[in-house]
Design a protein. Structure first.
Length: 321
């Protein structure tokens, strides 16, 4: 009898201590969650997160698992290029490495097919060691024979992994290496858009403003992650990889009746002001992307117009007028 009483007293004490512990952890978690303004999860702690007493080992009471960056947009920009374009990559790394838009994680990666020369085995490996921003797909180098298909369809398998957030990226872009993206403007344009079934870009033909009429220009188009997964699985894409890559891409979505959400970024995206063509536009402040920036002179004119280097830190080490 006395033994039983002691046991049950011990049990009660254990329960009281446990309840205090849970209460404390909930308070801790809710403080953390308030900080990130995800009030909706507050209720969850009060109810479903309370573990069974015998269940501590499997319960996730860690405050770290209350998602810390719900509003951070994750974007992959894949620039399709060739292994030998070392200088171009070096230049684009400066262009994108010196932009860091708030509230977004943007990975810019260079995408190409199998290496074909001995020197590439060393030089590209060196680049990867230093920058880790290269994707080499299992394909033979080509422009309009499925490189874009290889890119989108390889990603789900390549990015699958333990500890990865899901989706690894909300949006995946294919961009040209002669397109200049202003990442802050890009992120601002994405913020109000859906994260599912989205197709974003510059509608072709040039004079059209209707994003459902045809397809988005290869200068730089983007889809949400669900469409990347769909492309990697569907016969519609696998069976049809030949042809102008942007047009073919648009035809997959049309044939699969995908991309109910479309966003035409024209005229925040356009071709370089010269030479005249129907897709060009003058520079203007709200520009997201300029395409056909094909010479150093054009890059310099664009960077100057957008005040790209104007926040250079002053220093005694250099003087730039
Ligand atoms: C606890 O959370 C971690 C990280 O989020 C996760 O990997 C693990 O599977 C979770 N454990 C349980 C039992 O839910
Ligand atoms: C790469 O592609 C070739 C030809 O398409 C195929 O035979 C090979 O198994 C693939 N290798 C890998 C690692 O996927
Ligand atoms: C690409 O290279 C890998 C390994 O180096 C090889 O297994 C594969 O067959 C090559 N793929 C093509 C399409 O040439
Ligand atoms: C794709 O090609 C395969 C084999 O040729 C065929 O069986 C399948 O029906 C095709 N699918 C589509 C959607 O065209
Ligand atoms: C660049 O800076 C100048 C001078 O401060 C300013 O007048 C101009 O509007 C800026 N241009 C852009 C695109 O922000």
């Amino acid at each position: 009898m006395a033994m039983d009483a002691a046991k049950s007293f011990g049990g009660q004490r254990f329960m009281i201590v446990s309840l205090f512990l849970i209460f404390f952890l909930c308070v801790l978690a809710s403080i953390n969650e308030f900080r990130y303004e995800t009030l909706s999860k507050f209720g969850r702690c009060a109810l479903s997160n309370i573990p069974q007493f015998n269940d501590y080992s499997s319960a996730n009471l860690s405050v770290a698992d209350s998602s810390s960056s719900d509003d951070e947009i994750r974007i992959l920009i894949g620039i399709l290029t060739l292994p030998d374009m070392y200088h171009k990559r070096h230049f684009l790394r400066m262009i994108y490495g010196s932009q860091s838009p708030a509230g977004a994680r943007i990975d810019v990666k260079f995408v190409f097919c199998n290496l074909t020369k001995e020197d590439q085995h060393v030089l590209v490996a060196l680049e990867i060691m230093r920058y880790n921003d290269i994707i080499i797909m299992n394909c033979t180098e080509n422009m309009n024979n499925g490189k874009t298909y290889s890119y989108f369809s390889s990603l789900p398998e390549m990015l699958k992994g333990e500890g990865q957030p899901y989706p690894p990226y909300h949006y995946v872009m294919k961009a040209d290496d002669d397109t200049f993206f202003r990442l802050e403007k890009l992120v601002a344009s994405l913020r109000p858009l859906p994260r599912e079934d989205l197709y974003y870009g510059f509608v072709i033909p040039c004079h059209s403003m209707d994003p459902f009429v045809h397809y988005m220009s290869g200068m730089g188009y983007m889809v949400s992650w669900d469409l990347v997964e769909w492309i990697s699985e569907t016969d519609i894409a696998r069976n049809h990889t030949e042809g102008a890559e942007d047009l073919v891409f648009g035809s997959w979505l049309r044939d699969g009746r995908r991309a109910k959400n479309r966003y035409n970024a024209k005229w925040a995206m356009y071709n370089y002001p010269e030479p005249k063509d129907p897709c060009q536009h003058e520079f203007w402040p709200d520009t997201i992307a300029v395409h056909t920036v094909k010479t150093p002179e054009k890059w310099i004119r664009a960077l100057k117009y957008f005040n790209f280097t104007s926040n250079l830190k002053p220093s005694k080490l250099y003087h730039i007028p």
